[in-house]
Design a protein around this ligand. Structure first.
Ligand SMILES: Cc1cc2nc3c(=O)[nH]c(=O)nc-3n(C[C@H](O)[C@H](O)[C@H](O)COP(=O)(O)OP(=O)(O)OC[C@H]3O[C@@H](n4cnc5c(N)ncnc54)[C@H](O)[C@@H]3O)c2cc1C
Length: 375
């Protein structure tokens, strides 16, 4: 019996896959079943491929929007810098589509899949500490109970502090903030295509806008914490010139803010114990490549396969180490994007000039290792 901590994308996907292969498992989730605010999520082809392999893509299709292009534009004047023709890239490479969807729809689908397979999700069951000093693993619950388990999958996401001594968080910085809002198409003061992700680059900050649900668009703004005042309001005086329609959009949005944990995670997992970590619990990926949940899905699929193929713990750990190379490449690319997206003048001018002269299709070919990956 496997105990999975966390019913996020990684935990639920792993549970569903294990259950379908007859591997008994249970899930512990600290929160109640209440859904988050309904934000969007981008599912790149490597992520939608996992959902297809899980037999879930067809079920999610009514809630998916196909993305055919990524439009990179300037925050200063809204002009196009370059277009990445992701729809053609997908067709040419015979991939599943690049989609956007609602986070809640994805969670709900995974949740239903887990529950329909007879697996229990224990809500309001926060695990505060994991001990593995004996043969068994002790899970310390917030209500004071201690339960003994044999095998563990840690999928508790981007938690504030580590609950297991062998997962070490090295906090690098906490210096950037994310704002998110949903907005209806009519309330956006400029045109946006119904099948594209718009990436707006400026100095210090970037904004991503995409359709994800009926008439709703998801807007994400990421910038350094220093550009916010004490009330978490953007300090417009400091973020440089932006087009007045962008300014209008920013004031029109109903923002929620997150402080992102910008850290490194060191996994010191014992090679002989069936204790594994997946998703954001195992690696911290900046959101500048929209790959966090893609990696969570890939991790879940990878681990569940190793378990159902009856590999020994030692071999599973070894295979997970090999997978780390891909994840590290994603971490590095996301970090590079962070500097690239948030460059300040004159580097931002050079960035925009380079992008302006780039052929979008050739640029996407440099990301084949990421999007064409079939786990
Ligand atoms: C602004 C923003 C935009 C993003 N956009 C994208 C995108 O477009 N595409 C993409 O691929 N990724 C995106 N991501 C990243 C993505 O959301 C995450 O990487 C992904 O949700 C990670 O999944 P997970 O299952 O590992 O963790 P989570 O989804 O965080 O799930 C962890 C679960 O564990 C539970 N939990 C935590 N601690 C405990 C505990 N002690 N005991 C029990 N339960 C616990 C939590 O309540 C939660 O349900 C974005 C992230 C941000 C911040």
């Amino acid at each position: 019996m496997y105990s999975i901590i966390g019913s996020g994308i990684a935990g639920l996907a792993c549970s569903s896959l294990l259950s379908k292969q007859g591997v008994q498992n249970e899930v512990f989730e600290k929160n109640n079943k209440i859904l988050d605010q309904n934000y969007g999520i981008q599912l790149s082809p490597n992520a939608s491929y996992v959902l297809e392999k899980m037999g879930l893509l067809e079920l999610l299709k009514p809630k998916l929007k196909v993305i055919n292009s990524i439009e990179v534009c300037s925050l200063q004047n809204l002009k196009s810098i370059t277009t990445l023709p992701i729809g053609n890239f997908v067709k040419y490479n015979n991939l599943t589509n690049y989609y956007t969807t609602s986070r809640n729809e994805l969670y709900e689908l995974l949740r239903r899949d887990v529950e329909n397979s007879g697996t229990t999700i224990n809500y309001k069951s926060e695990i505060t500490k994991i001990d593995d000093n004996n043969q068994k693993v002790q899970l310390y619950k917030k209500d004071g109970k201690i339960i003994e388990k044999e095998k563990l999958i840690i999928a508790n996401g981007n938690a504030k502090k580590s609950i297991y001594k062998n997962i070490i968080y090295k906090n690098v910085t906490n210096n950037f903030l994310t704002l998110r809002s949903n907005i209806t198409k009519q309330n956006i003061p400029f045109d946006i295509k119904g099948d594209s992700v718009m990436l707006l680059l400026g100095n210090h900050l970037h904004i991503v806008i995409y359709p994800f649900f009926n008439n709703e668009l998801n807007v994400v703004l990421i910038t350094d914490k220093k550009y916010f005042d004490n009330n978490l309001e953007l300090d417009f005086g400091r973020i440089g010139y932006i087009d007045k329609k962008i300014f209008q959009l920013i004031t029109e949005c109903n923002w929620s803010s997150w402080q992102l944990q910008d850290r490194k995670i060191k996994l010191n997992l014992s090679p002989n114990k069936a204790i594994y970590a997946i998703g954001d619990a195992a690696h911290s990926i900046k959101p500048h490549l929209a790959q966090g949940s893609a990696m969570a899905l890939e991790d879940a699929y990878f681990l569940a396969n190793l378990i159902t193929n009856k590999n020994k713990a030692k071999d599973i750990h070894q295979m997970l180490k090999i997978r780390e190379k891909r994840v590290n490449r994603v971490i590095n690319k996301s970090s590079q994007n962070r500097y690239f997206f948030h460059a300040i003048s004159p580097i931002s001018i050079i960035r925009d000039t380079i992008l302006n002269n780039i052929d979008g299709a050739s640029f996407l070919n440099t990301l084949k290792w990421l999007y064409c990956y079939k786990i």
